[in-house]
Design a protein. Structure first.
Length: 169
């Protein structure tokens, strides 16, 4: 069970908005400071580890830049969105950010509400209002990768790639 305070973002949130281009050249942990700088400049100071991002339709449109990794590195517990673009969802898997499509989530949650996410039941319950909605189940292998840190730690454990240097990937 995951429980956290919510941050609500609208439809068509792009990876460019999440992680602006200039941040891509910075070291991995420095990129976190740039999350949502264009539309919420103080967001990174306000959010806390364990918070949950709520997205509208087409969350993660745009490039394949590592915005999912930066959200994970910031401590976001999970992403719940009306729909998630395929490329961004795959980056969530690769970087170990739990992400689920939850049709109806934006009607069930207001910013600052506390929600409880049950992966066993694929259900979200708004602890603030009592509203509930279902999430689309994530295939077991992809869920396992997200929960265990992503594809890179998996490949390291399997001996398929060399361990990353501190602060890389």
């Amino acid at each position: 069970m995951i429980s956290g305070r919510t941050w609500v973002f609208g439809d068509n949130i792009s990876t460019d908005l999440m992680l602006p281009g200039p941040a891509s050249a910075l070291p991995e942990m420095d990129q976190v400071k740039w999350l949502f700088q264009a539309n919420r400049p103080d967001w990174i100071e306000q959010m806390r580890a364990g918070d949950i991002v709520i997205g509208g339709r087409s969350y993660g449109i745009g490039s394949g830049r590592p915005a999912a990794r930066s959200l994970r590195n910031a401590g976001i517990a999970c992403l719940l969105a009306e729909s998630i673009t395929d490329l961004f969802f795959r980056n969530c898997v690769n970087y170990g950010l739990l992400a689920m499509k939850c049709p109806g989530i934006t009607a069930a949650v207001n910013e600052g509400d506390v929600v409880e996410v049950s992966i066993e039941q694929w259900r979200v319950r708004n602890q603030t209002t009592g509203a509930e909605c279902d999430c689309q189940p994530v295939p077991d292998m992809l869920l396992s990768l997200m929960q265990s840190g992503g594809i890179y730690p998996y490949m390291e454990r399997e001996g398929l790639i060399a361990p990353a240097q501190s602060g890389q990937r």
